[in-house]
Design a protein around this ligand. Sequence first.
Ligand SMILES: NC(=O)c1ccc[n+]([C@@H]2O[C@H](COP(=O)([O-])OP(=O)(O)OC[C@H]3O[C@@H](n4cnc5c(N)ncnc54)[C@H](O)[C@@H]3O)[C@@H](O)[C@H]2O)c1
Length: 252
Amino acid sequence: MKLKGQVAIITGAGRNIGEDTAKLFASEGAKVAVVDTHKGRADTVAADIVKQNGEAAGFVADVSSEAEVETLVKDVTAKWGKVDILVNNAAVSDNKHILDCTKEDWDRVMAVTLTGPFLMSKHVAKQMIAQKSAGKIVNVGSTSGFFGRSRAIAYTTAKAGVANFTRSLAVQLAKHKIRVNCVVPNKIGSPVGKDEFDPTRPVVNLAGRAGLPIDLARAILFLASDDSEFIVGDMLFVDGGLAAMMIGDNAP
Ligand SMILES: NC(=O)c1ccc[n+]([C@@H]2O[C@H](COP(=O)([O-])OP(=O)(O)OC[C@H]3O[C@@H](n4cnc5c(N)ncnc54)[C@H](O)[C@@H]3O)[C@@H](O)[C@H]2O)c1
């Protein structure tokens, strides 16, 4: 078991990538705080884990609220005594062209997708430093943070921020033995903000298939475990090879 006895907080864990990550972590021996704004989703995922003899609990918190984040970290610490791993997975997208993106759309995407990881990392890092044990933070970025897109002006900008936030966080927390990295997915399971998997969603990559939440969960587990102990401040692309392709040359 790669995470035996470790306490992990996973945000946005009520479905899709976060859900599979929570379930995989629990199967590797972690005690998992399944965090979501949607209570039903968080509780269902936690209950599924417990049914499989894992250890988990649902927590309701909005990562964009500093008060809720502080309460969450206190509650998880009160329950399990410490926090070893944080996965900053929660995000929302605007899916808008700049001409249609309101300031409210922009502010909400920034608040959840970029400020959320900042608040969570800040308060979890304080706890990790106080408990004087090594920790790991895995941010969930996106290929959308590395390329321009015809839609999602706010989301693409926020995810670019997540990439460099990862590097600065890694630099600032290294002396506290907190190792920070980022996974960079492309088109995994259902689109961000949606429940349904659309089999007709166009997918161009070298793997020749759509990504699945478990593909991401395995990469997040790798970065959260000691298997990756010499990898720090890095971006792990989990995109079926999309970012390696030259536009127009998509014949594997
Ligand atoms: N699905 C993809 O194709 C894809 C591609 C690239 C990157 N990503 C990234 O992967 C991560 C997960 O994506 P997903 O598709 O699984 O998302 P999703 O929309 O399916 O699930 C996100 C979960 O986060 C919760 N959530 C939303 N706002 C929150 C908040 N303020 N606080 C706490 N929880 C909140 C939602 O209720 C939901 O259950 C995100 O960071 C996303 O940007 C996803």
